[in-house]
Design a protein around this ligand. Structure first.
Ligand code: ADP
Length: 502
């Protein structure tokens, strides 16, 4: 086994790399800059974390959001990697403490907010540390073309120049447009980078378009059939968000609204309750998104059609990051087009654009809306094919996992289960493991998915390992996970098997 395979197995418990990961890792290890464009859920983190562990020195990861950094560091610590973040959520004292630790070489991977790069004490640390890799997460934030533009990302290039020894710079994003890609390479000052663009196909996602007479009834029925699963329902307006959340709550489901009009505190609570599985459903505007790194979102429903394919695919793509079958359902009604049209032509009071710019903006947005409407209303072509074609990719055959390829439900569930696995699992054991993991998470104060994914529990309840050594064969059980939870899992399985024998 090669060293990087060993690292993947030891820390993450995975046997093989996903498409692109190995190639990117080898380029980084070979000292080459990389610009990698991969869809959400493809596994970008592994691409810089594995070389970070394989190389001497420290890897700095620039990340735009505090919540993203916290999630990543929590995950790394849970698999036994020494990691920390440096951002404004720390008090001055905590920050200094973390920086002192960093100087002493305590951390292998350090997440840092782009604003920090300019501060004197951080720069002093960076210039005296052995930094082997600089990874830029959400690299599209450097581009003025995107809506996530962060001016402080523009300072990254300068920061790299100030370092006495240039680290490998690796940029990652899920935003694919040419303009953004060129910006990433130029503005980050990548040095003859290897550009890796992966397919944007997400095979585990089912895509559906439905035109129910009553969208709310449709949603309630859907939720009744998926009551144990986490999902996001996207609305176009704050008003819709509140109304839909209220309706769902009245129907007896645990749900919270999320939009920019709510206080920071309420938004934070909604986000945390969702991640920790304390509530199952979030009803949100497009304000809910980038900071969400929850792998087990099983469905994303669009209550209304969004205005752009880019937004649609990005939001829908928050389902199924863990690779498990998940559903993306768009509920279309002609009102959606009018609502989007209204939002496009509405000029803000303090319009920052000149009239000519405003006119160009409206024209561009209207074209996007036209494409989105075309996607939502045309018939006869596989939805996956339509989506991928929109993003410039060819997709030949019918996917058999969209509402166009499959018009009846039975066929669909067959299609999914047969493509995913042929394991025969013990349903009762699976349910028991699931309950126990919920309790373990509660006591540990961690989200359920950090202990075990459904896929891991399914494999456990099929293979039924009886010793901790046998756990190594289950995908997702790295060394640290076995050390922390191995005994508990084995006890549950042994207990269950012994009961079954009598
Ligand atoms: P991205 O940042 O591209 O959206 P993540 O890095 O969050 O994706 O990875 C998504 C999920 O896929 C995570 O749960 C991660 O552990 C898992 N994953 C990554 N690489 C592999 C692999 N080689 N085998 C199995 N699962 C993987």
């Amino acid at each position: 086994m090669s060293e990087i395979h060993e690292i993947l197995k030891k820390y993450y418990g995975y046997d093989s790399f996903r498409p692109g990961q190995e190639e990117i890792i080898n380029h980084i290890l070979g000292g080459k800059d990389v610009a990698a464009i991969m869809p959400t859920g493809a596994g970008k983190s592994v691409c810089y974390q594995v070389p970070a562990l394989a190389m001497r020195g420290i890897t700095l990861v620039i990340s735009p959001l505090i919540s993203l950094m916290q999630d990543q560091v929590r995950t790394l610590l849970s698999v036994g990697v020494r990691a920390a973040y440096l951002n404004s959520s720390l008090t001055a004292r905590q920050f200094q403490l973390a920086l002192d630790n960093a100087k002493r070489g305590v951390y292998k991977i350090i997440y840092v907010a782009p604003e920090r790069l300019e501060t004197e004490n951080f720069l002093e640390f960076a210039c005296n540390a052995d930094i082997s890799i600089l990874a830029v997460d959400e690299a599209h934030c450097v581009s003025q073309w995107g809506q996530d533009f962060r001016p402080s990302y523009l300072k990254i290039g300068e920061f790299v120049k100030k370092l006495p020894k240039r680290p490998v710079v690796a940029a990652f994003t899920a935003t694919a447009t040419n303009k953004v890609r060129v910006d990433i390479i130029n503005k980050l000052g990548l040095n003859k980078p290897i550009t890796y663009i992966s397919s944007f196909d997400r095979a585990n996602l089912y895509f559906g378009i439905h035109k129910p007479e009553n969208k709310l009834n449709y949603i309630i029925e859907y939720l009744n059939n998926h009551h144990d699963e986490s999902g996001i329902i996207y609305c176009l307006t704050r008003k819709d968000t509140e109304a839909v959340a209220k309706y769902i709550e009245d129907a007896g489901h645990s749900v919270m609204p999320y939009h920019a009009g709510l206080s920071d505190e309420r938004r934070k609570k909604a986000q945390e309750d969702f991640i920790y599985d304390r509530i199952k459903i979030i009803v949100a505007t497009n304000a809910f998104g980038m900071g969400i790194d929850k792998p087990n979102v099983r469905y994303v429903i669009h209550y209304s059609m969004p205005g752009r394919m880019e937004d649609y695919y990005q939001q829908a793509g928050r389902a199924g990051r863990d690779g498990e079958p998940s559903e993306c359902i768009l509920l279309y009604a002609p009102r959606d087009v009018r609502l989007n049209q209204f939002m496009i032509t509405r000029t803000p009071d303090d319009d920052p654009l000149t009239p000519a710019q405003r006119e160009a903006y409206i024209k561009a947005e209207e074209e996007c809306l036209r494409q989105m409407t075309f996607y939502s209303t045309s018939q006869g072509t596989c939805l996956r094919k339509r989506i991928l074609n929109y993003f410039g990719e060819n997709h030949g055959k019918k996917c058999k996992n969209c509402s166009c390829c499959l018009d009846d439900i039975e066929e669909r569930s067959f299609g999914i289960s047969s493509s995913v696995s042929t394991m025969i699992m013990d349903e009762a054991l699976f349910n028991r493991l699931k309950d126990k993991v919920r309790i373990m998470a509660l006591f540990g104060g961690v989200p359920v998915f950090t202990i075990a994914s459904d896929a891991m529990l399914r494999e456990l309840s099929a293979v039924k390992p009886r010793t901790t050594a046998q756990l190594r064969h289950i995908s997702g059980f790295g060394e640290e996970k076995i050390k922390r939870y191995g005994k508990e899992f084995i006890n549950i399985i042994n207990e269950y098997e012994n009961e079954a024998e009598f």
